[in-house]
Design a protein around this ligand. Structure first.
Ligand SMILES: Nc1nc2c(ncn2[C@@H]2O[C@H](COP(=O)(O)OP(=O)(O)OP(=O)(O)O)[C@@H](O)[C@H]2O)c(=O)[nH]1
Ligand SMILES: [Mg+2]
Length: 397
């Protein structure tokens, strides 16, 4: 499960990444600071199951505060782009290659409009962030089109050898990890079932846009909402964009998480507010900065938006669910007594068998049935699991 962070240069991708992962990485107010990708672990929340059962869990990965369990997801922060990136402008398109592995990409934009087309700082509201979303989507599509273009002789070979058009395209685009069914449906809908060698440039770009729209969804993080000018832009982005738009202040989240780590405030990612632990440990400027975050971001938008962005991507857009496998259905533990040690992210339609497969292929081979621990009933291997199910898998010896 990998989430990519993509966007114009100098909009706050790395700040978002550091806020979500607490991995230190270079950030600065100028274009093209990030060159090599940063990889780290962020978390999505799921309402605590242990509290519901009157227990305290022992997560193997992530943590739990009794309200929420934080489940790990990988994040990838890449170099920024500018118009023409797919043709090599700016830092070019290598980063698009890096993002192929991501199941969903977060487009980070400067919603305050204080960076121009090339990522240079300008006064707030000078630039339209809607355009930046369009540029990212278009550069992605142009990049996919260029892969198809480059692979035409291979595609021709496959088709001559008897492969259907969708299979040949699926093969050359395999790195994108888009279902063949999606490619097939798009070809049909756009009446492009003839070989790509006979397509016009417009056909090629329409095809590329459409497979991305269906196979590589985006979520928009409207960053820098601590800047007042961002408010109107967020409203407008919500009106004109088809993607979910989440108001975000990555800088605020980073400050809050660092202050919490230093023991200065109590704050958990995604919380609607924080509490100062010991005022005497903070100077006047730090207190003012924290108060500004409270007023401009938390009170106005309900949170810094970083968690909400990750959760919208994982739960709403990808439709993932979290399932808790246990070995002991009375103690809700593994064989060593660790309570609810694992929290596993699974696709929407995943069954008990899929869960078994995810735990261990040996277990999957021997699995007989599952037990829904909450409802104390037997469930078949084909049972489609629900979000927050606690499951014991019973296997043959
Ligand atoms: N006001 C405000 N500034 C922010 C926020 N997030 C990031 N910034 C500022 O934006 C500038 C760029 O941040 P980076 O995180 O380096 O941006 P990037 O998109 O990774 O940039 P490149 O890697 O150079 O493409 C820095 O000066 C940050 O302090 C935010 O939420 N609010
Ligand atoms: Mg960066």
């Amino acid at each position: 499960m990998l989430l990519g962070l993509v966007g114009k240069t100098n909009v706050g991708k790395t700040t978002f990444f550091s806020a979500a992962t607490l991995v230190e990485a270079e950030r600065e107010n100028r274009p093209f600071v990030t060159i090599n990708p940063n990889e780290g672990v962020g978390y999505v929340r799921v309402k605590s199951v242990c509290t519901e059962f009157g227990l305290k869990c022992d997560p193997k990965y992530g943590w739990c505060n009794g309200r929420n369990r934080y489940v790990p997801v990988k994040l990838l922060d890449v170099a920024g782009l500018v118009r023409g990136a797919s043709k090599g402008r700016g830092l070019g398109n290598k980063f698009l290659d890096d993002l192929r592995r991501a199941s969903v990409n977060v487009i980070v934009v400067d919603a305050s409009g204080s960076t121009d087309d090339e990522g240079n700082p300008v006064p707030p509201s000078s630039h339209d962030p809607v355009e930046d979303v369009m540029i990212v989507k278009e550069e992605f599509a142009l990049w996919v089109a260029s892969i198809v273009e480059r692979s035409k002789s291979k595609i021709r070979g496959r088709i001559v050898g008897g492969s259907p058009v969708d299979a040949a395209l699926h093969e050359v685009l395999s790195g994108l990890d888009i279902d063949r069914e999606i490619i097939k449906a798009v070809l049909k809908e756009l009446s492009l079932e003839r070989p790509p060698m006979d397509w016009s440039d417009d056909d090629l770009i329409s095809f590329s846009r459409e497979i991305l729209r269906r196979g590589k969804p985006f979520v928009v993080a409207a960053n820098k909402v601590d800047v007042p000018e961002a408010e109107d832009n967020v409203k407008r982005m919500r009106e004109v964009l088809e993607e979910p738009v989440i108001p975000v202040s990555a800088e605020a989240e980073l400050i809050l998480r660092k202050a919490a780590k230093a023991g200065l405030i109590s704050y958990e990612p995604g919380d609607p507010d924080f509490e100062v632990i010991d005022e005497s440990k903070l100077n006047a400027a730090q207190l003012r900065a924290l108060e500004a975050i409270r007023e401009r971001v938390l009170r106005k938008y309900g949170s810094t938006g970083v968690q909400e962005t990750l959760e919208t991507a994982v739960y709403d857009v990808l439709g993932m669910k979290v399932v808790f496998p246990v070995e002991n259905e009375t103690k809700l533990s593994d064989k060593d007594g660790n309570v609810l040690p694992d929290a596993i992210l699974l696709p929407r339609d995943a069954t008990v068998r899929d869960l078994a497969e995810k735990i261990h292929s040996e277990i999957a081979k021997k699995a007989l049935y599952g037990i829904d621990v909450r409802e104390r009933r037997r469930i078949s291997l084909d049972y489609v699991l629900r979000h927050r199910d606690v499951v014991k898998i019973v296997a043959a010896r």
